[in-house]
Design a binder for this molecule. Structure first.
Ligand code: C2E
Ligand code: MG
Ligand code: MG
Ligand code: MG
Length: 277
């Protein structure tokens, strides 16, 4: 009986692994068609200045409208796009789409509106001069360099080589701002914050989730804000869902906030409606 059980479990396991592999294969085939098929869309989530409530920034978040499976969230396809290298073309599409949209928002809403986009470490590794193309695009289209903020992760800073350094310093020298995303979940050395002249720290939502007065997360957030401000870095808190979290973060001097309390990520027309007074 034990043997039978073992065998059944074994065959069940391989069957499910095979299904998983097949599913990935299909998804990867479909992902190749997504860009030519115009199946991607950018959603925009407001980034709110906590002291004033002003919204002069947003984060662009990628959505894949799959022809039969419906909306697929980025966590389910970005890793695949990274493994296949498709993230380079997808990431460039994200940049050009965000640049087009930020130009619109600057004329409709506020002249110094900024949109931040997420740039994968794979983009930095696979397209070592990608930043130059972006910078000249901004220049050629009369977009202020601060129009686009590039969000990177601590993982990128952990394995910096000559080329990564050159790209980050290239953004800095051109005046394109850089934000360090999901701060506190990785292992980046604090000295990189100064070296690469990081402009924004985004406190990961795991530190915001259980925020309450006198909690250890409160102490952590406060320490992050103090350190960042000493280095002339602005702080954005992610995942603000309650008024209490907003208030506590504002009290400790956190500059900006992002989260469902203000708005979920929205398609461009809905986001423009959100901005209208
Ligand atoms: P991220 O850059 O840290 O983006 C923030 C994520 O938190 C978004 O998930 C957003 O919808 C979610 N979020 C915002 N406010 C709240 C809140 O109050 N509560 C909770 N529980 N979640 C909130 P989303 O859109 O599913 O994106 C997930 C991740 O996928 C992003 O994390 C980013 O790492 C990646 N991603 C999204 N778009 C792109 C892209 O264009 N390129 C690359 N390379 N990665 C992207
Ligand atoms: Mg981000
Ligand atoms: Mg984040
Ligand atoms: Mg800077």
């Amino acid at each position: 009986v034990a043997k039978n059980n073992g065998r059944n479990r074994y065959s069940y396991f391989t069957a499910s692994m095979q299904a998983h592999a097949q599913n990935r294969m299909r998804l990867s085939n479909d992902l190749h068609l997504a860009l030519p098929g115009q199946q991607f869309e950018l959603y925009y989530q407001p980034i709110v200045e906590l002291a004033t409530g002003q919204v002069h920034k947003a984060e662009a978040l990628l959505r894949w409208q799959h022809p039969t499976r419906g909306m697929i969230p980025p966590d389910n396809f970005i890793p695949l796009a990274e493994e296949t290298g498709l993230i380079v073309d997808i990431g460039n599409w994200v940049f050009y789409e965000a640049a087009r949209q930020v130009k619109r928002l600057q004329s409709l809403h506020h002249a110094s509106f900024q949109i931040s986009i997420n740039k994968s470490p794979v983009q930095f590794h696979n397209e070592t001069h990608g930043h130059e193309a972006w910078i000249s695009f901004l220049l050629m289209n009369d977009l202020p360099r601060q129009s686009i903020v590039v969000e990177i992760t601590e993982g990128l800073l952990m394995h910096t080589d000559e080329s990564i350094s050159a790209q980050l310093l290239g953004f800095r020298d051109a005046g394109v701002q850089v934000a360090l995303d999901d701060f506190g979940t990785g292992y980046s050395s604090l000295s990189y914050l100064k070296k690469f002249d990081i402009d924004y720290l985004k406190i990961d939502r795991i530190f915001v989730r259980n925020l309450s007065r006198n909690s250890s997360d409160m102490a952590l957030c406060e320490a992050i804000v103090m350190m960042a401000h000493k280095l002339d870095i602005k702080v954005i808190a992610e995942g603000i869902e309650t008024e209490e979290q907003r208030e506590l973060l504002q009290q400790i001097g956190c500059d900006f906030g992002q989260g469902y309390l203000f708005s979920p990520p929205l398609p461009a027309p809905a986001f423009e409606a959100y901005l209208r007074p």
